[in-house]
Design a protein around this ligand. Structure first.
Ligand SMILES: [Zn+2]
Length: 288
């Protein structure tokens, strides 16, 4: 539906909302070697039952510890990386290729917390790209903490949603670094991801976001800020049937009422089409 709109150049589409001018993204890795050869074997006698039991318990514990270490190491190995050229999410090794990344920008304004609750209920990970001007009050800070505590990644979307290209380097620095400080003060860790407002990056901001340890990304497609898609049904339809939808999709959504309403349908539609959802924790960090 609304097929004709895909043919309309982005610049001709009436764009509304805070991310209104956002254009398409194309512009856009000793063990104690179970030293645990259980000691206490010097005696010829069989150890008493309770000693045996203790030994077994120790062995079990050591095995459990080893397993936990292995799992921790596996978790550190990234499964996906963001292609800096087109913002697609690419699998590393044998990670599932048919996966997309869910992102929510301009948070946490009015609907981000409800959107996080919906995604959490559906067991879908996501990145919430936040702005500092939504983190002024105690209530707003609490909202961010709640979203983070549900397990979602928090990304930097600048302090006041400025166009970085129209900002001095001093302003760009302030817009990006101050928000990292704000976020870290609230949740205890700085953002690992950066998305420039409107998808407009500069050489300076590219270097700065990298220096700040953030993976930069735009997106591959999004519709909730375009005329004709600012309501539940049309948005749910286009997000699942968009010509741009394919493996590695980096899906742009916003803190908007219609997006919140369409969210369950969008997730179901993507699942029905066989797509899995990328966990931001599995995305490769900045390569130094
Ligand atoms: Zn935005």
């Amino acid at each position: 539906m609304k097929k004709q709109n895909w043919l309309v150049p982005a610049c001709a589409v009436l764009l509304l909302g805070a991310c209104a001018e956002e254009q398409s993204a194309e512009q856009s890795a000793t063990e104690e070697m179970a030293t645990a050869e259980v000691s206490g074997k010097e005696t010829e006698e069989e150890p008493a039952e309770d000693e045996k039991a203790t030994e077994e318990a120790v062995e079990e514990e050591e095995q459990e510890e080893e397993q936990e270490e292995e799992q921790a190491e596996a978790a550190d190995e990234p499964s996906y990386r963001i292609n800096p050229q087109n913002s697609k999410v690419e699998p590393i090794g044998d990670a599932n290729e048919q996966a997309v990344l869910i992102t929510v920008d301009d948070a946490p304004d009015t609907y981000a917390l409800e959107m996080a609750e919906i995604l959490n209920e559906l067991d879908v990970p996501a990145i919430f790209f936040v702005n500092g001007h939504f983190l002024d009050t105690e209530e707003e800070k609490e909202t961010l903490a709640k979203i983070y505590d549900m397990g979602f990644a928090i990304g930097n979307h600048t302090n006041t949603h400025v166009n970085l290209k129209q900002s001095t380097e001093t302003v760009q620095q302030e817009e990006i670094v101050s928000l990292n400080d704000t976020v870290e003060a609230i949740i205890g860790e700085a953002p690992r991801f950066f998305r420039a407002p409107f998808g407009v990056n500069t050489e300076f901001s590219n270097a700065l976001s990298k220096e700040q340890g953030m993976v930069r990304m735009n997106w591959t497609y999004g519709y909730d800020f375009m005329q004709g898609y600012m309501e539940e049904a049309a948005l749910a339809d286009i997000m699942v049937n968009a010509p741009e939808l394919n493996s590695g999709g980096n899906l742009l959504m916003h803190d908007r009422e219609w997006t919140k309403e369409a969210l369950p349908e969008i997730i179901k539609g993507l699942r029905d089409k066989g797509y899995d959802f990328v966990d931001p924790d599995e995305i490769e960090g900045i390569q130094s």
